[in-house]
Design a protein around this ligand. Sequence first.
Ligand code: AMP
Length: 280
Amino acid sequence: MPIASRIDEVRSIVRRVRGNGDSVGLVPTMGALHEGHSALLRRARQTDDFVVVSIFVNPTQFGPSDDFEKYPRQLEKDAAVAEELGVDLVFAPTAEEMYSPDSCTYVEVGELTEELCGAFRPGHFRGVATVVSKLFNIVSPDRAYFGQKDYQQLLVIERMIRDLDMPVEIVACPTVREADGLAISSRNEYLTPEQRSAAPAIYQALQKGAEAVRGGASAKEAEAMVAAHIENEPLLELQYARAVDPHTLAEPGSAGPPILLAVAAFAGDTRLIDNIVVEE
Ligand code: AMP
């Protein structure tokens, strides 16, 4: 399995693959591969002839006080995971390969990026949309696979490809969780044992909120319930608990499903996010 660090290498490999009439699937990641990523890669492996995983800790999506420097980097281990899963190509560029020093073009997705995480992480989704556009231009995949764990990111990418007519099908994959419900994340490894024990309260809170929504609770009531459960856990500090329309991320028009319940909370310096969509 080749590991390419240069854009022109990827282009020439993909050109050959396409010449054979094979389909190309892309799974964009920041590496430190875990079971959540593996689920995306397996799904891609089932669907596409040629599977590319990109591993790039994208500086433009991190804010000045974010964890860019300490974000786990383990290319060798990740390559072994990818190989084991039958991935055909790893694309692991350097920041210099991806961004010229005078690079000044960005992809900005409107309203959707102002809500939820976007309200607290200015510039984050601009960085995400820009790097995903670049990856689409480099790999030209037929399909790209994203996790529902990062629900707002998924929505932003879906809107971007629709608005800019990008010829890529987006495949959404369900959130993979630890046995106690905690959404698997590369950032979970920052948690102390005490924080790790406290963290499942996030999913418990979402489940309580979801049950309330199914029982006819309003969005505001569900938000209050989710917030109260998390605030009850001394090792978690709630950033937001929102109940919104899952398509627009705006206030829901009426009580009951469909509703997206979304949370961001800190355990120490570690920011954890999770969500549940309560379907109609
Ligand atoms: P990341 O490396 O954190 O940028 O994530 C790369 C991709 O994996 C994104 O599409 C994420 O939504 C997805 N992902 C991360 N964690 C999970 C998880 N626990 N379950 C499903 N997908 C995930």
